[in-house]
Design a protein around this ligand. Structure first.
Ligand code: SF4
Length: 478
């Protein structure tokens, strides 16, 4: 229900999402609102869609929980408030009190009440009060991280209701000021588009609009130097330098120097001895392995806690010293397929030989999770972790190519080392899409769609481990 829609025909409304955009960056907010065509903003990925789906499930379950706490006739879900100035809010739950005041409650999929969520809720309170409501208490309903599912879902134990009224009131004045500043900015038809604050920050802060606001930055820019500090960024800017080819070599770390050298030469910088040592250090046969995981907010089977990471698939390529390659895989049909996954993995790995993973701490954490779930397999899974070597290591500083864009991510390394091996033809192209496809597979009604998604997932994960095989073979040629 629109509680007040007098603002029809007025300038655009400021929703909570737009306000959060403004808080993150006023220039990016203005560009998105006033010149949406200026740049291609990243589309919401499959993970975003999946998060939304999970969010709806949490909301539906939370409504059940809330209805058990209060009489239904004093609750309003997704009620709307809009002020004449254009502030717009839709709190998850409004509870009417006997004295005419209201309480606001936000439902969150996280395991605790985070500072950003307090700010979300404060925005809702500001809008409701500027509309004319009197807000008495504010609460966040989040998931209980200590809840472990056993049998049927126990909704009464799944959530924690936290009163955050004091925290909201502490944030009120500052955020109210910012909300009105954001509204005023929406009236501006032009802003200074030369440069933006992130010019003075490292690459991880940059958003999709960085190049638009900083068109003068020469490529390859010094922002691509691995682990460059903010202090160095500003020192270079003070000297009028933006290209990594122009920055002095003194003061660069070994890895940064190699990256700069690779850019200068247009060819990789290779520490051959270190790579030979890495290749010689592995024990044959080699088992290249990779897990896919899912982390649903609402525990779906016994042993799960809210938002816990849950291995659902593995791919394993076995490479023997004489070049023989074989493959094993497992993909769970449901959330509770971990025992079969463990059995399948252990049956495919022989008693000797190294396991190889990319960014191996992830696979080792999965081994630990599975070991906790089924303690009888814990020693064997720990044994796998003990034998695991990380194929990412040589690409941190022993093989550096400017095509890696200053990172050692396999998504950047693979197209440079093995350009023929590509994910472009795959229906599932990354880990986020794999999670979304797996959830769709478990929900799919017809066997045809289920089989199709199963095939996409198997093909994607198989390519992940085949990519490692190819990269390792490449290192052998050095
Ligand atoms: S890169 Fe520029 S526009 Fe983007 S968040 Fe940073 S300061 Fe804002």
């Amino acid at each position: 229900m629109i509680r007040n829609n007098k603002s029809r025909g007025r300038p655009p409304r400021l929703t909570k999402t737009a306000f959060l955009d403004y808080r993150a960056c006023r220039k990016a907010f203005w560009l998105r609102q006033k010149k949406p065509e200026a740049i291609e903003w990243p589309e919401q990925d499959d993970q975003g869609e999946l998060r939304k789906k999970f969010g709806y499930e949490v909301e539906a379950t939370a409504v059940e929980f809330i209805n058990g706490l209060f009489p239904p006739d004093i609750l309003r879900f997704q009620d709307e408030f809009e002020t004449p100035e254009g502030l717009f809010a839709r709190p998850d739950v409004v509870k009417e009190n006997e004295d005419g005041s209201i309480d606001l409650l936000e439902i969150k999929s996280s395991n605790s009440a985070k500072p950003g969520q307090i700010d979300d809720l404060t925005f809702q309170v500001i809008v409701a009060e500027e509309w004319g409501a009197r807000v008495r208490n504010c609460s966040i309903l989040h998931l209980n991280k200590n809840y472990v599912r056993k049998g049927e879902l126990e909704v009464s134990k799944l959530f924690k209701l936290v009163d955050v009224t004091d925290r909201v009131r502490q944030r009120y004045d500052e955020l109210s000021g910012l909300a009105h500043e954001a509204l005023a900015l929406l009236q501006e038809e032009a802003i200074d588009e030369a440069g933006c604050d992130c010019r003075h920050k490292t690459k991880r802060h940059h958003c999709a609009a960085f190049a638009y606001f900083n068109a003068d930055i020469k490529q390859p820019s010094f922002y691509m130097l691995p682990n460059i500090s903010e202090k160095k960024v500003n020192a270079y800017l003070d000297q009028g330098l933006t290209s990594m080819l122009d920055v002095p070599t003194t003061g660069l770390t070994k890895r940064q120097l190699k990256t700069r050298m690779a850019a200068e030469r247009g060819a990789p910088v290779i520490s051959r001895d270190a790579i030979r040592r890495f290749v010689a250090s592995v024990q044959w046969p080699l088992y290249f392995y990779d897990y896919e995981t899912i982390n649903p907010p609402i525990p779906q089977c016994d042993g799960q806690t809210p938002n816990s990471k849950w291995p659902i698939q593995f791919s394993l390529h076995r490479l023997s010293e004489d070049g023989m390659l074989s493959h094993a895989e497992y993909l769970a049909d449901n959330y509770d397929g971990q025992r079969d996954l463990i059995k399948g993995l252990l049956a495919s790995v022989g008693p000797t030989g190294s396991l190889v993973a990319w960014h191996a701490s992830f696979e080792m954490r999965c081994n630990e999770t599975l070991g906790k779930l089924y303690p009888e397999y814990a020693p064997a899974l720990t044994g796998l972790s003990d034998r695991t070597v990380d194929l990412e290591v040589p690409f941190i500083s022993d093989y550096v190519d400017i095509g890696f864009k200053g990172t050692s991510s396999i998504k950047n390394v693979l197209p440079v080392i093995c350009p023929d091996l590509t994910y472009a033809d795959q229906d599932v192209k990354d880990g986020n899409a794999a999670m979304a496809a797996w959830v769709e597979m478990t929900d799919a009604q017809g066997p045809k769609r289920k089989a199709e998604l199963r095939q996409h997932l198997l093909s994607y994960c198989k390519l992940d481990t085949l990519a490692m095989v190819k990269i390792f073979k490449f290192l052998q040629t050095i």
